[in-house]
Design a protein around this ligand. Structure first.
Ligand SMILES: [Fe+2]
Length: 539
């Protein structure tokens, strides 16, 4: 396939691809008609592509524009999004990354070999980065071969970026698919030794379940303080914060090594926000303002096949199929969630008093919002795959962290019991559902029962909660009041998930010392789920 792909075509193409693999979450509009990118692509196996030249004079950016590294994401069997953001001064206080207001032409290249010899070039083009979108670059490279490694890079003027490697998803009947779950990477509470170790793994994909950034001013714990030194409030603030995180070389290396599929949790906007509501703030206008700024910055900094957000709305739920082996359903559990019960004026939405009664009363409240809930029901029912993996930011199976009496974290699914029962009932109808979770700052293996906490209720799925990359642990032992808990691991690290037609193997990879970027890593625990049996067994 050879063609010219302008920004309108990019957006249309994204929406069209989304229709095939991302039912329900793509915007069908979004193009303002501005020709912000052009590309020529050659399908894998065809004649080599040619690197274009730019007509515009290369701008004097006063430094390396590729300080934030490169990334790829949202792979399909024939396409992948490649990303960078031009920022010669990523911590510049206006959030512009040291860039002028001008548009900048960026050359991009994709090759089958990291040396980028002309014979190995399979796709190339130019993309016009604009100040309105933070000079971010998202190119949806199409016409690629399934299950194939590619290398990519960007050039502005005389400066060429580091080379990234990516991989399209397999199609047909793959024998193996492997991913890692990453989440909760507070910069000020630890080093990114987890990512340094992750790049050595044999993975097809990294799935990020949120808390990619934290919004706090930062207190220098662990020897690192993220910029800006203030609670995030504006688009500029969030851009600087992403820039600050991406100064970490191990995070950049992980992005350059593997394609990512990302959703978000609360700290990507603000602690414990739900829908338009911030804890302790009755004025939803404040929540909407933060969502608007945070969603745009998230979009600008992650390699996603999504149109830019419109105001405070960005539908990020989507699904990815790997042949007939796996479908990964990725959820957003914050944007449209109702406010949980018994929310105190300040602090955490947990309660040790009459919340139980309110939950028992059956007060229904939505977690996913009606559009996403309907989409998920359809996506889970689509079938045609052996395994259905749920990318689920917050714990589903239920955790009672109380001591003398019940203590639920009501911003988890424990605050949404009716919506949870609906979701679990949908999972029960799907082929081999396995729930992959983040948020909690611990590793856990749990039985998802049709009625959580009822040990007489049938097991529908196993839930694996990934340890945090670096965020402060929540080490309290929740086993006394959480009978569905199989294991709790109070460590940093990540979870690897390897899938074959007959087995799913989940390995908890844990760091020796989160403060040390050169930390060693070990496998603390390995669990197997056999196809046809929802209950995990130890390897
Ligand atoms: Fe977190």
């Amino acid at each position: 396939m050879t063609g010219s792909v302008g920004r309108r075509a990019f957006l249309t193409g994204a929406a069209a691809t989304a229709a095939a693999i991302v039912a329900g979450c793509s915007s069908d509009g979004g193009s303002d008609g501005e020709a912000a990118g052009t590309a020529t692509t050659t399908a894998g196996g065809g004649a080599p592509a040619t690197t274009p030249t730019t007509s515009a004079a290369p701008p004097d950016l006063g430094g390396d524009p590729f300080t934030l590294g490169v990334a790829s994401g949202d792979p399909t069997a024939e396409a992948v999004v490649i990303w960078t953001r031009l920022a010669p001064d990523p911590l510049a206080d206006d959030g512009a990354g040291g860039m002028p207001d001008d548009d900048v032409e960026v050359i991009w290249e994709v090759a089958t070999d990291a040396a980028f010899a002309a014979k190995d070039l399979v796709a190339a083009g130019t993309f016009t980065a604009t100040a309105a979108l933070g000079h971010s670059v998202h190119v949806d490279v199409t016409g690629l071969d399934a299950g194939t490694d590619y290398h990519y890079r960007f050039t502005v003027g005389a400066t060429t970026s580091p080379v990234g490697r990516t991989r399209t998803l397999a199609d047909g009947s793959p024998e193996r698919f492997a991913l890692a779950i990453a989440n909760c990477q507070m910069l000020e509470s630890g080093a990114y030794g987890a990512y340094r170790q992750m790049v050595e793994e044999d993975l097809d994909l990294v799935v990020h379940l949120g808390d990619y950034i934290y919004e706090y001013p930062g207190d220098g714990k662990g020897g690192r303080s993220p910029a800006p030194a203030r609670a995030l409030a504006t688009l500029a603030d969030y851009r600087i914060r992403y820039g600050s995180y991406k100064t970490d070389p191990d995070l950049r290396a992980a992005h350059a090594r593997f394609p990512f599929v990302a959703t978000w949790d609360d700290h990507d906007v603000a602690n414990n926000y739900m829908g338009d509501t911030l804890p302790g703030d009755p004025d939803t206008a404040d929540g909407v303002a933060l969502k608007t700024a945070a969603y745009q910055a998230w979009w600008e900094h992650l390699p996603v096949r999504l149109d830019p957000p419109t105001g405070d709305a960005l539908a990020v739920y989507r699904a990815f199929a790997v042949g007939d082996l796996v479908r990964l359903h990725l959820l957003d559990e914050r944007q449209d969630a109702a406010v949980p019960p018994c929310r105190p004026a300040t602090g955490y939405p947990t309660d040790y008093g009459d919340c139980d009664a309110r939950i028992a009363e059956g007060e229904d409240r939505t977690r996913l919002g009606p559009d996403q809930e309907a989409w998920l029901e359809t996506s889970l029912a689509e079938g045609g795959v052996t395994w259905n993996l749920l990318g689920n930011p917050v714990v589903l199976a239920g955790v009672d962290a109380g001591t003398d009496s019940a203590g639920y974290w009501l911003d988890t699914w424990d605050g949404y019991p009716q919506a949870r029962e609906r979701l679990i009932a949908q999972l029960a109808e799907a082929s081999n559902p396995v729930v992959l979770t983040g948020d909690y700052h611990a590793g856990m293996t749990l039985d998802v029962r049709a009625t959580p906490f009822d040990q007489e209720s049938p097991i529908v799925a196993t839930e694996f909660m990934s340890p945090p990359i670096s965020s402060v642990l929540f080490p309290q032992d929740v086993s006394p009041r959480t009978p569905q808990l199989r294991e709790q691991l109070n460590n940093h690290g990540y979870l690897t998930v390897e899938v074959t037609p007959t087995q799913l193997t989940a390995a908890f990879r844990v760091l020796d010392d989160v403060a040390d970027a050169a930390s060693g890593i070990t496998t603390a625990s390995t669990w197997i789920v056999d196809a046809g049996t929802p209950t995990a067994r130890r390897a």
